[in-house]
Design a protein around this ligand. Structure first.
Ligand code: MFK
Ligand code: FAD
Length: 496
């Protein structure tokens, strides 16, 4: 048969990831590391098993059945095995619940789990992110009845009682500009609210609940007039109540994730709070899902690099292993450097989030978190596309062949920059955050992180000075400021 190339092997992502191990050892007290370790080891085992299974079995996709054989409208979605496993893995290893423990280290311990689970979950982490975001927004609303109903289910550690939540924002007129939302909320004679309209992207339609933006009937146009509602998709008999699934989208990547177009026709809904300022109310959810996005983007980078590095020890060219070729070493080192920067920024945000949520942070750290969240999301999203693309090239032609399992890494990575706020929208969100504080939170943080004589300090200070000067210069002219926003965002993210 001639020469047969060995396939790349996935090493255990916890035991072999120096970056994750060092981060946990540095930022978590020993008893927290020890407490999380059984779940982290198990999620690493699950990742390896899932990669090996993925190469042995054909890739599956969710299938929508709209009508049953007898003509009943059923809108049933058959899920992939990893998705069927999702509630069990999530609750057994507290992938979601651990983030809500009453500890400033809770978010770091949670996001280490997410980082290890994401690829094996086949983007089940997308609805998990939204469920986490919904729990956070409901808690922030202070709505006691909704907290009592939803939080025990969203944060359950038992698959039998666990519920997923969606995030229904995007409509056909606008996903960035949700102020153009057309869905209407009507109040019936019974005093109950019901939603009517069309949601254009729903990635957790299999979930039991969702947070949805809608315009109360008679309210004016624009963002401020929108209200935020909690909905449950099925009635007590398990039948859809006022939700029709029109179709599942055919996508570039994330094929295992069922993303649906849906119509709402009388779906019962409960307002989270006041019947306006729904975007302000959903903002805590956005900031959580954006953090998940960053964590999952670095997880994609880690997977691509781990496989490329392993392959370089197995593939020979011009009389030597690739790993021993100076230029290939350099290529891998550049990928690793990009990954490590993205990892540090992301897990720094995770740590800040944990401290801010538990009231254990300074005002400066809260402002820093507000500013770094969009920066981490936009930077890691673009970095994951660059890194997975370059990593595929490390396999030569094999990187382009579907049943190696490799091209999926690049196609899936493209989504991180689009959903949860595109790169431009997040650059504008950064301007929103800078408008309150300027770059001061970044200066304070760098002072805390870097010794006075650190050799990086002059370049970092120069970048912050230049950004501050530019912001001052452009602040009077919104058009020029917006046009510069992406450049400023990339400079600040790279600096951090
Ligand atoms: C596996 C990976 C895991 C990730 C899973 C991802 C699942 C993906 C599912 C989705 O994609 S769900 C849909 C996500 N959609 C978006 O992210 C919407 C993108 N558009 C924006 O983010 C716009 O900036 C936004 C709609 C939020 C605002 O547009 P506007 O109309 O210009 O609103 P405005 O008036 O600036 O803001 C309204 C209020 O929200 C303001 O507060 P006030 O009412 O008090 O003035 C803002 O300060 C506040 N706000 C907006 N963004 C905020 C925020 N507050 C805190 N944090 C933010 N990020
Ligand atoms: P648009 O808003 O039309 O954006 C088009 C382009 O215009 C972008 O490049 C954008 O950056 C740019 N742009 C827009 N405004 C500005 C501006 N002011 N300045 C400069 N540039 C601007 N949504 C949900 O609500 N729930 C879900 O579950 C969900 N799941 C999704 C799953 C997948 C796989 C995908 C791909 C999307 C999903 N979305 C979901 C939708 C996603 O959030 C939106 O697609 C995204 O927010 C962008 O909105 P849009 O598609 O309307 O693009």
């Amino acid at each position: 048969m001639g020469f047969l190339q060995e396939a790349p092997q996935l090493a255990h992502p916890l035991h072999t990831d120096r970056v994750l191990g060092a981060w946990l050892a540095n930022v978590l007290p020993g008893d927290h590391v020890a407490a999380a370790m059984p779940d982290l080891v198990a999620l690493g085992d699950y990742a390896v098993a899932s990669w090996e299974r993925r190469l042995r079995t054909p890739r599956m996709e969710p299938v929508l059945t709209s009508w049953d054989a007898w003509g009943d409208r059923v809108d049933r979605i058959a899920l992939t095995p990893a998705w069927e496993d999702g509630p069990h893995v999530t609750t057994r290893h507290a992938v979601l619940a651990a983030g809500h423990d009453a500890s400033p280290f809770a978010r770091t311990a949670q996001f280490a789990r997410v980082y290890l689970y994401h690829l094996a979950s086949e983007f089940y982490c997308c609805p998990l992110a939204m469920t986490d975001g919904a729990a956070t927004a409901i808690r922030a609303s202070g709505n006691a009845a909704l907290m009592a109903r939803a939080l025990p289910r969203f944060l359950s550690r038992d698959a039998a009682t666990f519920w997923l939540s969606g995030q229904w924002m995007t409509e056909t007129p606008g996903g960035s500009d949700v102020g153009r939302t057309e869905t209407v909320a009507r109040r019936g004679d019974d005093g109950a609210w019901r939603l009517y309209g069309r949601k254009w992207f729903s990635s957790a339609v299999v979930g039991e609940a969702a947070l949805a933006l809608a315009r109360p009937e008679g309210a004016g146009p624009g963002t401020a007039a929108l209200a935020l509602f909690y909905v449950e998709t099925k009635d007590a008999h398990g039948r859809w109540q006022g939700v029709t699934i029109d179709r599942l989208k055919k996508k570039l990547g994330t094929h295992e994730l069922p993303t649906a177009e849906i119509h709402l026709d009388g779906l019962p809904a409960t307002p989270l709070g006041e019947l306006a300022h729904g975007v302000r109310q959903v903002a805590p959810m956005l900031n959580i899902t954006r953090t998940w996005n960053a964590v999952c983007a670095v997880a994609s980078m880690a997977r691509a690099i781990a496989l490329a590095r392993d392959y370089a020890t197995r593939r020979h060219a011009f009389g030597a292993r690739l790993i021993d070729q100076p230029l290939h070493q350099r290529t891998l080192a550049d990928l690793q450097a990009e990954f490590e920067g993205a990892f540090s920024l992301t897990f720094h945000v995770a740590g800040l989030l944990g401290r801010v949520e538990q009231g254990d942070a300074t005002a400066h750290e809260a402002a820093l978190l507000r500013l770094l969240t969009p920066l981490a999301k936009l930077w890691t999203a673009k970095a994951s596309i660059r890194v997975t693309s370059e990593a595929l090239e490390c396999f030569g032609g094999a990187g382009y062949i579907e049943d190696t399992g490799l091209p999926q890494l690049l196609r899936d990575a493209q989504v991180y920059a689009i959903w949860e706020g595109t790169t431009n929208v997040l650059s504008l969100d950064m301007l929103r955050a800078l408008g309150t504080t300027g770059v001061d939170p970044l200066r304070t943080e760098l002072d805390a992180l870097l010794p006075a004589n650190a050799k990086e300090r002059p370049a970092i200070v120069a970048a912050l000075d230049a950004t501050e000067a530019l912001l001052g210069e452009l602040s009077a002219d919104r058009t020029t400021l917006e046009a510069a926003a992406r450049g400023i965002a990339f400079t600040l993210a790279r600096t951090m």
